[in-house]
Design a protein around this ligand. Sequence first.
Ligand code: DAH
Length: 344
Amino acid sequence: MKEKLEALKVEALAKLQEVTDPQVLNDLRVKYLGKKGELTEVLRGMGGLSAEERPVIGQVANLVRGAIEEIIGAKQEAFQQQETLNRLNAEKVDVTLPGRRLPQGGIHPISRVVQEIEDIFIGMGYRVAEGPEVETDYYNFEALNLPKNHPARDMQDSFYLTEDILMRTQTSPVQIRTMQAMKGETPVKIICPGKVFRRDDDDATHSFQFHQIEGLVIGPNIRMSDLKGTLQQFVQEMFGPNTGIRLRPSFFPFTEPSVEVDVSCFKCGGHGCRLCKQSGWLEILGAGMVHPNVLEIGGYDPAEYSGFAFGMGAERIAMLKYGIDDIRYFYTNDMAFVKQFKGI
Ligand code: DAH
C-alpha cells in the first residue's frame, strides 16, 4: 500500500508539474483528490490493514495529499498572477499619446447679439425676464391696448392655435406679465429676449420666426429723456462710441407717444453708404412711453407712475452689425456661414 501511495505521488507530481492550463489543473485535482479520486480509492483499502500499519500508512497518505495539494496551490497562484498580468497588458493605456481633438463649436450670431444686448442692459441694472411663446390673445394683443378688430393687428398677421391662443407675435406681452407679477412694486426694469412668430412670407428680410428683445422701465417720474439717454448709451456700447440716435414719431398701440429709433450709420459714420442706403441712418427699434391703459392693466396707477418701453429685432441688428444681407442665412445651418462667426 505504501508503494502504491508513493507511486501515486510520483505520477501525480510529474503530471501536475507539466500543467499549463487551469482547466487541466482542475481535472487533475479531481482525478487525485476528489471524492472518487485515486488517493481516496487507495485509502479505502485501509480498512483491511492491521492496527500497527494503519497510522503508518495514514501518515504516508497525509504526506502524499499534502504534497499534491501544495503543488496544486502553487500552480493556481501562478495561473492567477498570469491572468492579472495579461489583463493589465491588455488594458494598458498610453498616457503619452496625443488626445483626439473634437471640433470646437461657436456661438450662433443671433445668440451672440442677444447675449451682447443682455450684457449691456444688465450693466445698466436691468433684469432678464421671460414669457411663453404660446400666448393668449389677451396678453399678446388686448392687454397691450389692441382690442379685437383693431386695425393695428394687421401689422402682425398671426398663427392662431385656437380662437384665443396664438404663437406670440411680439415679446411685448411679457411687459404685462412682468407688471402683474411685480404687483405694483417699482422700479420695473427688465429686458426680455425671445422668439416671436408671424405669418410672413420668407424673403431676404422676413421670416415666420425671428427674435425680439423687449425692454420695459416703470417708476415714478420716468420721462422721454430717460428713454433717449438709455438708448443713446445702448447704441454706443453696441455699435461704437461715435454712434448717435434719432427719434421719429411713430405709432404703437401700447405706447404714447411712440417713436421709431434710428442709429447713425456705423459703417460710414453718417455720410451715406450702401448699408444705410445713402441716408446716414439705420432704423433699429420701436419705442415709446408706456400707454396709460397698459399701465393700468399691469396694475400701475398712471397718475403715479410712468414708464418707457422698446422693442428690437435681433436678426435686424445682427444683419446690420455683421453685414449679412439675407435673414435666411441664420436658419439654414450652413456651416460655411456659421463658422465665420466662431472667433468674433
Ligand atoms: N412690439 C413691437 C413690434 O413687434 C415693437 C415695439 C415697439 C415694442 C415699441 C415696444 C415698443 O415695447 O415700445 O413691432
